[in-house]
Ligand binder design. Structure first.
Ligand code: HEC
Ligand code: HEC
Ligand code: HEC
Length: 137
């Protein structure tokens, strides 16, 4: 009861099925492209080098929150002398004033959805670094 024809046909079907993602991807135009991010126009430096920010901004924000909420320690000075307020809305979004074309574009692409904006305000347009203000703004 050895039916070579059926076995070969079965193998062909199997191979076609397991390689579906590969050839679908090839038909769709090859490798996926990274999202296009809109960087601030008037600033050239982040609070850390871009590669560090890309990899660790989530942890940085956690340390900022802890310093503010636990120690009321709101400001610090970068090595290059810039004074920075540890603020999500005023500092990060002060420079990255198009959240939709920066933070969201990357997060949507990666299916990450930070819950911060349940409380923190998304400012309209940027404000200067270390600007004054109150609440979770
Ligand atoms: C003084 C303005 C400024 C502030 C404040 C700022 N950024 Fe940036 N950020 C920039 C600029 C300019 C770049 C691009 C730097 C480069 O390409 O070398 C950047 C790059 C980044 C990147 C990497 C983007 C990429 O190329 O993949 C991330 C992520 C980021 N910032 C997140 C944040 C977060 C989160 C905060 C707040 C903790 C913040 N930034 C605060 C100006 C700022
Ligand atoms: C270059 C892509 C990129 C950009 C730009 C970017 N993020 Fe992210 N962000 C990520 C990735 C990837 C994660 C998820 C990391 C993980 O799950 O370990 C993340 C996670 C986070 C988290 C933690 C979310 C959670 O639920 O744990 C916060 C908060 C956050 N990002 C804030 C920001 C803010 C604010 C900006 C804009 C100023 C920004 N990010 C811009 C890629 C990016
Ligand atoms: C349930 C409401 C709530 C949520 C959700 C929330 N926060 Fe906050 N956060 C607060 C409050 C309240 C403060 C204290 C505000 C102050 O004293 O200025 C604060 C302070 C902060 C601070 C320092 C002060 C400032 O102006 O930014 C950072 C940084 C911060 N949170 C980051 C985050 C991040 C990142 C997320 C999402 C991963 C997040 N928070 C989610 C309520 C919230």
């Amino acid at each position: 009861m050895y039916d070579g024809g059926k076995i070969v046909a079965g193998l062909v079907v199997f191979l076609v099925l397991v390689t579906v993602p590969v050839w679908l991807n090839a038909l769709a135009g090859g490798t996926p492209r990274a999202p296009e991010l809109e960087l601030p126009r008037d600033e050239s430096r982040c609070v850390e080098p871009a590669a560090v920010m890309r990899a660790t901004h989530m942890e940085l924000l956690d340390t900022w929150r802890d310093s503010v909420v636990r120690s009321d320690d709101r400001f610090f000075t970068l090595e290059d002398g810039r004074r920075v307020e540890r603020s999500l809305s005023r500092t990060c979004l002060g420079c990255h004033d198009r959240k939709d074309a920066f933070c969201d574009r990357c997060h949507d692409y990666l299916a990450v959805s930070p819950y911060c904006w349940d409380c923190h305000v998304i400012p309209e347009g940027g404000t200067a670094l270390a600007a004054a203000g109150g609440g979770v703004r």
